[in-house]
Write a protein that binds this ligand. Structure first.
Ligand code: SF4
Length: 350
């Protein structure tokens, strides 16, 4: 079933069968803000099938962000997580069903326009990538690119939950795996967020085919701006004497106590005092309430520091960037380190 108004495939029959097969009666549904408004008819249909349905009002940023605490508090038997492909960086219990919410928007026109543009530029081989909403149309996109005379690679992240050609905001390892083999990347998705990640992490030419806007655009300017922001934030971090280390409670974003201890030891070895702040969503008002700090070390979603750095009242760095702070040198800065949600393996506490 697709929501007529929004055009997402919400797979109501699959949800019903899954719930009945497992004997789940009370379901907690969660979805990104843009999809929540499309759920009333799905909820009605599930209720008609005798299921009790609760909708989480929380933001749902990614497959890392599953409302297991809410389900436990409310006594829900199971969670239906809509809008993402699967779990990100955590092992899900069996009572979570991921519904991708594929979009019914047509992609052929923008993909063809992108293919012709790439061919005109002399590009011969393309890495084809997409987000979960268009993943079901990737073979179609591949055929269009080949018809335009391009060689196509459909890479895959090492995460077994990820599909061929799929990227998320923080998992662009599929692109990294073939960056030496292709002349450019084509990302089929709405907006420039995902494609900017690919450009930052690979340094390659990246074109977006946006089927919602009906546009084909390069993200070169966005990637350059993001790189400049990272360098500026890191150079300000060199002056820090007091840091707040942010830890998220979201299952795929939280880090272990051992990581926090390592971070504290490393920073204190450089003369930076640390306090740890635990949050669910990172909000500026919460950070401001906690009082001033001249550095934020973000162990939650790495894209916060890259795209939403203005949420932080001071400079922010990610876990994978700590070694630049320790060295006090940015000459070898590699933006793909910003996507790492762990300390690089060569960094050891003193
Ligand atoms: S950590 Fe951030 S970018 Fe990665 S899946 Fe979660 S919300 Fe998306």
């Amino acid at each position: 079933m697709a929501c007529i108004e929004c055009g997402y495939l919400l797979e109501e029959e699959r949800i019903t069968k899954w719930a009945k097969r497992h004997g789940y009666r009370r379901l907690l549904i969660q979805a990104p803000d843009g999809i929540k408004r499309c759920l009333s008819s799905l909820i009605e249909k599930l209720e008609d099938e005798g299921l009790e349905v609760l909708l989480s009002g929380s933001h749902t940023w990614g497959g890392c962000d599953v409302v297991m605490d809410e389900a436990e508090t409310l006594g829900a038997d199971a969670i239906v997580h809509i809008g993402h492909h699967g779990p990100v960086r955590f092992k899900p219990p069996p009572n979570i069903l991921f519904i991708a919410a594929h979009s019914r928007v047509e992609i052929a026109n923008v993909v063809e326009e992108a293919a012709l543009r790439l061919a005109r530029e002399g590009v011969r081989s393309v890495g084809l990538l997409t987000t979960v909403q268009h993943a079901h149309l990737l073979e179609r996109a591949e055929a269009i690119l080949r018809d335009c005379g391009l060689e196509v690679e459909l890479p895959r992240s090492p995460d077994p939950y990820m599909w061929r050609g799929l990227i998320t905001g923080c998992d662009i390892r599929a692109a990294e795996s073939i960056k030496e083999e292709v002349d450019a990347f084509l990302v089929v998705c709405g907006g420039t967020f995902h494609a900017t990640g690919v450009a930052l992490a690979t340094g390659s030419e990246v074109i977006v085919a946006d089927p919602y806007a009906g546009k084909v655009v390069s993200v070169e300017r966005e990637a350059r701006r993001a790189m400049a922001v990272r360098l500026s934030q890191l150079s300000k971090a060199f002056e820090a004497r007091e840091a707040v280390v942010l830890v998220s409670t979201k299952p795929g974003q939280r880090v272990g106590v051992d990581v926090l201890r390592n971070v504290k030891e490393l920073l204190e070895g450089r003369g930076i005092r640390c306090r740890v702040l635990v949050v669910n969503d990172v909000e500026r008002s919460v950070l401001e309430d906690y009082g001033p700090a001249d550095l934020y070390v973000n162990t939650a979603c790495p894209r916060l520091a890259i795209d939403d750095y203005e949420l932080f009242p001071g400079p922010v760095i990610n876990l994978g960037e700590i070694h630049y702070l320790l060295k006090g040198d940015l000459s070898s800065y590699t933006p793909k380190d910003a996507f790492m949600q762990r300390l690089p393996s060569h960094i050891k506490p003193p």
